[in-house]
Design a protein around this ligand. Structure first.
Ligand SMILES: [Ca+2]
Ligand SMILES: [Ca+2]
Length: 235
């Protein structure tokens, strides 16, 4: 174990009391991946779209924006953003030019901005003006941890995030090893990555993201975050 990480851990313990409420509330998550079973949207003219399986380039949900690639079986790759938004101090995509395009997530969950399909052009996620009156704007529902509503592709029409059987949901954080179950193996696999990764860059370890708090190192706060999500379980 490196000295600086030991210092990190000592420092973390010192501030633990002050941060315990934050950790317990589960509000310190950095980024979420897409669930292994609930990863599909439907394009009326382009068929199924997989939000998850581009490996390390799969879709990620950050605080305030999305990143990564969707694979559409009939029209290829769609970029939701490169993960480094350039507007508002790096907290959102400006969408004023193609160089800083991407999908933003408002505090109320409404999506906005543009995705780019290599074969299909722009996809507009800012559908509140047209669909807000019906509650069908594209959005991320924080309570159900799934996407809902509709986006609009300039060349492909409506993209449906609203189907009740096939939709895109955030991975349950308690399922650390991503096998669809929340059980003791997740605890053990988290502990292994926790021990292996320390101050390493993410992804690290067998399952990639023991730095739940996304603060750049793996310490007691991540352990507490994981204990909380593990206790919360999966739906
Ligand atoms: Ca599991
Ligand atoms: Ca951390």
């Amino acid at each position: 174990m490196k000295m600086n990480s030991i210092n990190h851990k000592i420092a973390a313990r010192a501030v633990l009391a002050a941060l315990a409420m934050t950790a317990a509330s589960g509000s310190a998550h950095g980024q979420d991946r897409i669930d292994g079973y609930r990863k599909w949207s439907w394009g009326e003219n382009v068929g199924w779209m997989n939000w998850r399986d581009a490996g390390t380039h799969g879709v990620r949900v950050h605080d305030g924006f999305l990143s990564g690639w969707v694979w559409a079986e009939n029209v290829g790759w769609i970029s939701l953003g490169d993960g480094t938004p350039g507007a508002s101090g790096g907290t959102k995509y400006g969408n004023a030019s193609g160089a800083d395009h991407g999908v933003n997530v408002a505090p109320n969950g409404n999506l906005a901005g543009y995705a780019w399909g290599e074969n299909i052009g722009w996809i507009n996620f800012s559908t509140f003006t047209e669909l807000g009156a019906f509650g069908k704007q594209a959005k991320l529902n924080a309570s159900t941890r799934r996407f809902q509503g509709y986006a609009w592709g300039e060349n492909i029409g409506w993209i449906n995030l609203d189907d009740n059987a096939n939709f895109v949901a955030l991975r349950c954080a308690a399922d650390y090893n991503d096998d669809g179950l929340s059980d003791i193996l997740d605890f053990l696999d988290f502990m292994q990555d926790f021990a292996d990764c320390d101050a390493s860059a993410m992804p690290c370890g067998a399952y990639g993201f023991p730095d739940l708090s996304a603060d750049g190192f793996v310490d007691i706060l991540d352990f507490l975050d994981f204990m909380q999500v593990f206790a919360d379980g999966c739906p």
